[in-house]
Design a protein. Structure first.
Length: 206
């Protein structure tokens, strides 16, 4: 039995979303080195807008399609969750700029290292959808890796916020940094949401 019927339009659009996610991830990583965070936030916003256009295209295509390659609710969920990751990157970089938080710290560098890894795994998993049954095992494998990295981000987040609260003398600094740290952690959470949807699609189409 086929994993699901061929319909390249949706898969191409999912791949396009994944490419925009990769572009946003590159910009997120570059926050360590840019001089003007406000300008950098504007560049991230441009990627976010481009990703929104793809998401809207998916919904438009879905409204015009009678037979879909996977369940309609799964198409909506995957498109929305991929868009959520990019939205969260946009929020994070905007907050770095708004709060004048320096990303050149050991703590933020560790978040960025982990987020690089988890987004890379998402980028590997999404294109496997169009391979049908041949892509199932890769999706399951990548989802397991994504879940593992998300747990690492959770651990780093708890440790980092604990150190911040216990060691900082300035409550305003605590508020700013805590929000940025939680933004960074939320990016990993959104990636895990994508992995969960991908696993659901595999299970429903075995």
């Amino acid at each position: 039995m086929a994993f699901f019927p061929k319909n390249i339009d949706f898969f191409e659009l999912f791949d396009a979303q994944a490419e925009q996610l990769k572009a946003a991830a590159v910009l997120l990583r570059e926050v360590e080195h840019v001089k003007d965070l406000n300008e950098h936030a504007r560049r991230v916003r441009e990627v976010e807008h481009a990703a929104d256009q793809i998401t809207h295209k998916i919904f438009q295509t879905l409204n015009q399609t009678f037979i879909t390659p996977i369940d309609r609710e799964d198409i909506i969920a995957l498109a929305s969750r991929l868009d959520d990751v990019i939205d969260m990157i946009d929020v994070t970089v905007s907050h770095l700029a708004l709060y004048h938080v320096s990303p050149q710290t050991r703590e933020i560098e560790q978040y960025l290292n982990l987020l690089d890894s988890i987004i890379e795994e998402v980028g590997k998993a999404v294109p496997e959808l169009k391979r049908g049954s041949k892509g199932q095992q890769t999706i399951i494998k990548q989802s397991e890796i994504i879940n593992f990295i998300e747990n690492q981000v959770d651990q780093h987040n708890r440790r980092t916020i604990g150190e911040l609260v216990n060691n900082s003398q300035d409550p305003i600094t605590v508020i700013k940094l805590k929000e940025v740290y939680e933004d960074l952690e939320a990016i990993a959470d959104r990636c895990e949401d994508v992995a969960n949807i991908l696993e659901t699609i595999v299970v429903k189409n075995q």
